[in-house]
Design a protein around this ligand. Sequence first.
Ligand SMILES: [Zn+2]
Length: 240
Amino acid sequence: MEARLAGTDASTSSPERAPGGVVADYVMAPGTPWAGPVTRGHVLRLIAVEGQQVGDFVCFNLRRPDEKFSPPNTAILNKTVRLTIGHTLYSDEASAMFTIVADSVGLHDVLAGACSKYTNKLRYGVGDSANCRDNLASVLEPYGIGWKDVPYAFNIFMNVPIGADNSVKIEEPISRAGDYIDLRAEMDCLVAISNCPQVLNACNAYRLKPLRVIVYEPAEGSGGRGDHPRRIHAPGLPGT
Ligand SMILES: [Zn+2]
């Protein structure tokens, strides 16, 4: 944790002050989902309002929702499972969907999928339980997208370290209050995010918190890289 750097000058990088025209601004209550369109060139900012809260992010081609986010394509085409600034989210047809243009954390997950009532039952023996896959399906249903068609997610702020023995585990997020990530749409997309309701493991540090989503049109010439930090806090990444 000590390796985290202080953010850039707060006077120019307040996460609530998007560098451009705000298209949508929504606070996701703990455990709840959100869905909405994001036009090509616009930027979706997800803010960890209190820190240590994961948002499961999926996206679809807005014009043709049978094209959707692909975690394996994204990992293999970026040649890493550690996605941060400069990396691209790819579809199942290998189209660029979003590019990460700002990231104050540098630690997210593309392996863990999304929690479901099935995995909760298998792992924790619980019956019907709040979960990200049902959350995502509930906000995608009005768009004609069914549960089985919801792709596995890019898990923003989720901490899933890979051990030297290739083990994986879920640990508490390292994000702090006000940390955020900016994703610039490379095509017109439909986005859904589940503010993860998981309390049975360390995913959200055992307490559910709000997330805030802001969609903005970047100011002229900013290229979606406005006055916010481009360096990241997490240790262990090349170039940090
Ligand atoms: Zn979840």
